[in-house]
Design a protein around this ligand. Sequence first.
Ligand SMILES: Cc1cc2nc3c(=O)[nH]c(=O)nc-3n(C[C@H](O)[C@H](O)[C@H](O)COP(=O)(O)OP(=O)(O)OC[C@H]3O[C@@H](n4cnc5c(N)ncnc54)[C@H](O)[C@@H]3O)c2cc1C
Length: 421
Amino acid sequence: MASATPVVVIGGGAAGFFAAITCAQLQQRRPVLILEKSRHILAKVRVSGGGRCNVTHACFDVDELVKNYPRGAHELIAPFHRFNPKHTIDWFKAQGVALKTEPDGRMFPVTDNSQTIVDCLTNAAPKYGVTIYPNLGITGITPPQTQNADWLLQTGNNQTIAAYCVLVASGSSTQMWQLLSGLGHTIETPVPSLFTFNIAHPLLHELAGITIPQVAVKVPQTKLQAAGNLLITHWGLSGPAVLRLSAWGARELHNLNYRFNVEINWINHLPAQSVAQLLAQYKSQYAARALQAHALFNLPLRLWKRLASQSGIPENLRWADVSKKQLQQLVSQLTQTVLPVSGKSTFKEEFVTCGGVRLSEVNFKTMESKLFPRLYFAGETLDIDAITGGFNFQAAWTCGRIAGNSMAQQATAGFEPENHF
Ligand SMILES: Cc1cc2nc3c(=O)[nH]c(=O)nc-3n(C[C@H](O)[C@H](O)[C@H](O)COP(=O)(O)OP(=O)(O)OC[C@H]3O[C@@H](n4cnc5c(N)ncnc54)[C@H](O)[C@@H]3O)c2cc1C
């Protein structure tokens, strides 16, 4: 008695596991297999969120949620109406995993340990009948030759596996993108997203560790701009404002070879004119006090002193003695500091790839390829990525869930007992 050809998930990451579990939960007619190239399944989940796994984000309005996706915002609207952070929270809760929300909206397991999420998924998979094969990479994909024929998958150890449905959830695998490109799918050129800026400039010397709240940053030669907290690091700038800029500008900044100027307004969007007026007021208000003695605009004192020095204002100069030119320079430093970026560094907490399978070639109602029947996509293999904060996993859960659902329907509908038993 031959068994039905299986549903095969390529890739044992977040998207692959979620899809496989969903598919196995909804139908038992066809086996569901996860084939994972490496020895370790769910490797990225394990290291994610600095070892805590930022599972999702407490954002429950779909219109707001999609604003966090530089690529995929439009395509994710309908999928998020079907499976969004609320459903993610409920799903993990049903598996016995409680999530908590941090003040900035990021959601983590209450254990603060990514192992909780790894354990949850690795326990759920066999419970619903998913079989996992680590160390089994796919090296070739042959589409069905006739309408109801199977997909044929070549493995690294020279096996051929027949599959009724195939889900490609191989993350940012160049090898898989090459295989898909060979089949006729278009791959948007992959480039890194979510990185920090390398800047070697005296202004930042010995200021590492300082966080400045609500800073506006832009790249003057482009239309790129972002706001949020800014972190000065040993090698340059990081923090939400910079990471946002890196995500929205992933492609443009790549094209600039990561060499460009960044312009910083340290006091959010307060325009130069308003700052000039405020400084004129302070000049009379604090006339007898040394300008560098007390920071204004809620700036950290060390940064305030540095900006004042860069404006030519000596340490003990009193407000009363600050010249018009010095004040003008301070206004300019506060609202328009220009620093040269000379490269990028990896943001260790979370990084993703911009690029992947072209979204117009995928049906987002099912996650099925528009080019081939019974070929599905989910996760980072698609040209979808988000800013940091749990949004990348949410896209993986959502697309995985929908793909799993569709494959379950397809697997049942296409089941022909007389052929398989
Ligand atoms: C350090 C780090 C921290 C992160 N932290 C967070 C976070 O806290 N929150 C968040 O939302 N996002 C985070 N991300 C992003 C998030 O991890 C990814 O968006 C997510 O893992 C994508 O899931 P995926 O299943 O699509 O791909 P992956 O997790 O990359 O899984 C793909 C799997 O496919 C396998 N594979 C590849 N090719 C083949 C093949 N030919 N045959 C078989 N298997 C194959 C790979 O080995 C891999 O296991 C982080 C990323 C990194 C790098």
